[in-house]
Ligand binder design. Sequence first.
Ligand SMILES: [Zn+2]
Length: 295
Amino acid sequence: MMKCILFILITVSLTFSTVPSCHKKETNNSSSHLSYYFDNREIDYINENNININEIIPYVEFESFNVYNFYEYENLRKEKNYTYIQTLNRINYPNFYKKYVSVKPAIFTNSFLTLVNKGHYVDSSFIPNDIIALKNTNITYIKRENEIMQANKTILENYSLLEQAAKKENFNLYVFSAYRSFDKQRYIYYDINNCNDETVARPGFSEHQLGLSLDISTLEYGLTNYLKDSEEYNWLIKNAHKYGFILRYPQGKEEYTGYAYEPWHFRYVGKDVASFIYENNLTLEEYIYDYLEIK
Ligand SMILES: [Zn+2]
C-alpha cells in the first residue's frame, strides 16, 4: 500500500517537473517518468528507503546527483543550510580545495572559467586555441629576448581597453607575463625553483598554460609585493572586473587558491562573473564550488 501511494506521488510530482518533449511516451505508466531520471535499481532504492519524492525533485535536474547518496546530501544540506549546488559539490567533490592530493583534470574546459590550480591540471600537450602574440596588439608589455609573449585573443581585446582606461588616469601598466607553455613551466619549476611548491606551480598545474592570465604591473614595481601600495594597483583592483578580470590570488584566500597573495596576477573570467566575484569578495575556486555544478 505504501509503495502504491509513493508511486502515485512520484508520478504526480515528476509529471510537473521538466520532462523533455522527446521523451513523451504513449503510456500512463508512472515508471516511464521515473525511468527518465533513474534506472530500475535506483527506483527500487527510492521505494525501499521511503525517500520522499518531494525532497528528491529539486535534485533531479542535476547530472551529478547520485540517488544512493540522497540521505548524505540531505543531512548536509539541512545542517549547513547549503544550496543544492553547494551540497552536491561538497559530497561529490570533498577534496576540491586540496593541493596536489587526488588531483583531477581541469574542469569547465573550453570556457573562460576553466579551473587549473594545485588540484586541477592540463596535459603537457594542451595548447590553448586562440592565442595571439602581444606584438600584434597595441598592448604595452615587457619585451625579452627570444620570447614571443602570447595570450588568448579575447582577453587581450579586453585588457587593451583596461590599459587605455588606466592611461587616462596616467597609470602606465605593463604585461610582464602571459601564456606559458608546459615545457616552460617545467623548466621554471625544476630548473629555476628546484621544485618549490610554495612559490611556483608544477608543470600542468599553472593557470598561465591556459593563456587566460596576465601578470600586470608597473616598471617601477615589477612582480613584487611593493606593487600593492601603488596607485596603479589601487586603480586596478577597483576596475579590473569591468573588463572581465579578477585578482586571482588575493590576500587571505590561500586556503582556497593554494597561492600566497600575488598582487600582479589577473585572470580573465568574463565581465559578469568577474563583477560577481569582485562584489562578493570571492575567488574563482569559491565561485565554482558554491555556484556551479561540478560534473
Ligand atoms: Zn602569474
